[in-house]
Structures are given as structure tokens and as C-alpha cells.
Design a binder for this molecule. Structure first.
Ligand code: AMP
Length: 193
């Protein structure tokens, strides 16, 4: 039982690790990026609204994103924990998440930061653009997303650090090695897979 989130720049491997950790801890992995992409694909009203922001490498407005996550966290499968991947990304989202959890009488247990060298991030994203054809993985858009991360999201690391929730894990290396590092750090904090 753990309520956690993964934070790190685009290309740090959050999505990959989220799936593996979700399995290991038997908790749902909630990726706002995946939810937005599914809505874009299905041309829902949310998808139609989100698409422009995503294609430009901008954040979807907090109002839409916060409402989406509040809905998702109210679902039954989140009662015994969850892993948020790619949310929160702004200080406003941090506040919104705090409120949703507080209204349930809950709070976050741990925040895992995946650290990676920016050069490696760019290489990884180039590979992903070819493999998955993500329309927001073009060179210009990626640069935008990295800048936005540094400006809007990196400050969250300090906030969670100040709360004593932060665990920083080296995101470089084989996928399973990174998962193992995270699992060990979580175990050290009393959360076992
Ligand atoms: P990701 O797959 O997490 O890299 O997300 C892909 C895109 O979805 C981002 O570049 C944003 O446009 C949008 N997105 C995902 N999560 C958020 C969020 N927490 N806040 C705002 N926009 C988001």
C-alpha cells in the first residue's frame, strides 16, 4: 500500500518504470499523458481541447488536468494506493492533489525523482519518436518540453524535498536495474513490493 508519484524530465523513463512498479506494488499507474493521448485518439471533447497544447509541447491547462486526476483518484482501484506518472507538473497541481487527497483523509507517501543527464534524455526521445511516432517528440517540441520542465516542474522537487517525501534515483542504466533501485529505496522507507 503506497501512494506515490514519479517526477523527472521528459525521457527520464517515468512511463516505463510506472508500468513495472504498478505491477510490483499492485497499484494502478495513472499517467496523465497516456490519458490525454487516449482522449486525443478517441477525439473526445477533452482530447480535442488538449491536442493543441500537447502538439506544441505545452502543458494542458491546470483546470482540465486537475479535474481529470481528481476523477481518476476517486475510483475504487485507487483506495489501496496509486502511482501517478507525470502529475503533478505545476505548483497549482501540487495544491490540487493535496486537496483531493486531504478530502479522502489521505496524503502522499513518497515522491520518486528519476534523474538523467539532459543529453541522454534527448537521445532517448529521438529513439522514442521513431519507435512510437509521438507527434510531440519532434526536436523543437522536445526542447520546449525540457524548458517547461525546468521552469514549471523542477521546483516541485524542492517542495517535496522540504516535506521529506523525496527519493532521488539514478535513471540511467538498464530498465530492470533502475526498477530495482527504486524498489530498494522504497523498501528502505517501509514500502515493500
Ligand atoms: P507525458 O506523456 O507525461 O510526457 O505527457 C505528454 C503531454 O501531455 C505533455 O507534454 C503535456 O502536454 C500533457 N500533460 C501530461 N501530463 C500533464 C500534466 N500533469 N499537466 C499538464 N499537461 C500534461
Amino acid at each position: 500500500m503506497v501512494r506515490m508519484l514519479l517526477v523527472g524530465p521528459p525521457g527520464a523513463g517515468k512511463g516505463t518504470q510506472a508500468v513495472l512498479l504498478s505491477d510490483a506494488f499492485s497499484i494502478p499507474a495513472i499517467s496523465t499523458g497516456d490519458i490525454f493521448r487516449a482522449n486525443v485518439r478517441d477525439e473526445t471533447p477533452l482530447g480535442i481541447e488538449a491536442k493543441g497544447y500537447m502538439d506544441r509541447g505545452e502543458y494542458v491547462p491546470d483546470s482540465l488536468t486537475n479535474a481529470l486526476v481528481a476523477d481518476r483518484l476517486a475510483q475504487k482501484d485507487c483506495e489501496l494506493g496509486f502511482l501517478l506518472d507525470g502529475y503533478p507538473r505545476t505548483l497549482d497541481q501540487v495544491r490540487a492533489l493535496d486537496e483531493v487527497l486531504a478530502s479522502q483523509g489521505n496524503q502522499l507517501d513518497v515522491v520518486v525523482e528519476l534523474t538523467v543527464d539532459p543529453e541522454i534524455v534527448i537521445d532517448r526521445i529521438r529513439g522514442r519518436a521513431t519507435e512510437q511516432g509521438r507527434t510531440d517528440d519532434s526536436e523543437d517540441v522536445v526542447r520546449n518540453r525540457l524548458e517547461l520542465y525546468a521552469r514549471e516542474t523542477a521546483p516541485l522537487i524542492e517542495v517535496y524535498g522540504g516535506r521529506g517525501l523525496l527519493v532521488s534515483v539514478d535513471g540511467i542504466g538498464a530498465i530492470d536495474d533502475v526498477t530495482q533501485r527504486i524498489v530498494e529505496e522504497l523498501a528502505r522507507r517501509g514500502f515493500s513490493a
